[in-house]
Design a protein around this ligand. Structure first.
Ligand SMILES: NC(=O)c1ccc[n+]([C@@H]2O[C@H](COP(=O)([O-])OP(=O)(O)OC[C@H]3O[C@@H](n4cnc5c(N)ncnc54)[C@H](OP(=O)(O)O)[C@@H]3O)[C@@H](O)[C@H]2O)c1
Length: 329
């Protein structure tokens, strides 16, 4: 098996988690890390025993020792960071959401096709064993016909205009940060897009959505009740209700467990597979596998699905009148 050589862009929270994952995978090397600040890159490199540290992202994407670039920067930076990587012939795993909107995503997809390089959004939830188990329970009709989804991802954070969660200049707000998870989860389970979307949001003092509710309606008579927040602890579980039972997934976006109940609320089956290191190992292994097989996209997180989710989020934001500074004239 050939060694896959990774470069990491950004040295914040998620890059630290992802580097922890990479350091546990065989035939995988962290060849370089880049920060806007050389000192931060050096500290990160020392912590994870990475050979090269760069004080600019440009230097990393030009490094011939890097096969694939992991992008762990704020949402607003993804398009430019990914484009620069692709234009230098690097495969890309980019944090969610892959860009601010559908137009930017389409641009990256076209660029990746033109340069014949792999591109994937880091939608790690889809690869988790618990997510795969839930999908198999649904396929096997273990809860009968699905009637309803209730999926929330909301947590309290003290308002701070400088935080990436509230700062509009780096595309803060609940929808792009965490709302993408309930939307992706239900779409992944349904394997189709909703026929109708209704939503509402509370736009806070920094002009980003602090909390939102979204309803998906499907013509078969299925409803999905989705919500997300960066300011209110709305919960973090997924509940899928069918005519013969229900599935409960605690902390669905990072799930290690899932429970199956019958229609009388008796526990029928319980799934548990704790992460050996963390939940980011699975998406990293998928990228390694795709690169070794010469694939340009993952079958689990295909580019069409990524584009569809961005389109949904564009439509929802349009209903709220929420745009980001980068999107205005
Ligand atoms: N998959 C997940 O579970 C998960 C969890 C959390 C976050 N995320 C995603 O990961 C991304 C980063 O989130 P995070 O929580 O890791 O953020 P963070 O801790 O603030 O780190 C972001 C890093 O990006 C770099 N950066 C580049 N331009 C920046 C700018 N204009 N302002 C601030 N930082 C900038 C900085 O690294 P340097 O200064 O070193 O260049 C910074 O440390 C987001 O897209 C987020 O949605 C994913």
């Amino acid at each position: 098996m050939n060694k896959i050589k990774w470069g990491i862009i950004g040295t914040g929270w998620i890059s630290t988690m992802f580097a922890t994952a990479l350091s546990s995978i065989e035939n995988t090397e962290m060849a370089a890390v880049a920060s806007r600040d050389l000192g931060r890159a050096k500290d990160f490199a020392e912590k994870f025993k990475i050979k090269k540290a760069y004080g600019s992202y440009e230097e990393l994407v030009k490094d011939p020792d890097v096969d694939v670039v992991y992008i762990g920067t704020p949402h607003s930076e993804h398009k430019d960071n990914a484009a620069m990587s692709i234009q230098n012939g690097k495969a890309v795993l980019c944090e969610k959401p892959i860009t601010l909107n559908q137009k930017e995503t389409q641009y990256l997809i076209s660029l990746a096709k033109e340069h014949k390089v792999f591109l994937m959004e880091a939608m790690w939830t889809k690869f988790l064993p618990a997510t795969r188990k839930v999908k198999s329970w649904l396929k096997d009709k273990r809860i009968g016909e699905v009637q309803h989804y209730k999926v929330s991802f909301g947590y309290y954070t003290k308002f701070d205009i400088n935080s990436r969660l509230f700062n509009p200049d780096i595309a803060g707000g609940a929808l792009l940060d965490v709302g993408i998870y309930p939307i992706t989860y239900v779409t992944h389970m349904m394997e189709k897009l909703p026929d109708q979307i209704i939503s509402s949001a509370v736009i806070g003092k920094s002009n980003v959505d602090e909390q939102n509710v979204i309803i998906f309606k499907y013509k078969e008579g299925i409803l999905a009740d989705l919500s997300s927040s960066v300011a209110v602890n709305t919960g973090k579980d997924a509940v899928i209700v069918g005519d013969k039972g229900k599935i409960v997934v605690p902390n669905f976006w990072m799930a290690e467990t899932a429970m199956l109940y019958d229609a009388e609320n008796n526990l029928v089956e319980s799934f548990s597979e704790p992460f050996a290191v963390n939940g980011y190992v699975y998406e990293a292994e998928e990228v390694n596998r795709c690169l070794r097989e010469g694939k340009l996209e993952s079958e689990v997180v295909p580019l069409k699905d990524t584009l569809d989710i961005m389109k949904i989020m564009d439509e929802i934001r349009a209903d709220w009148g929420l745009t980001y500074p980068q999107e205005r004239g």
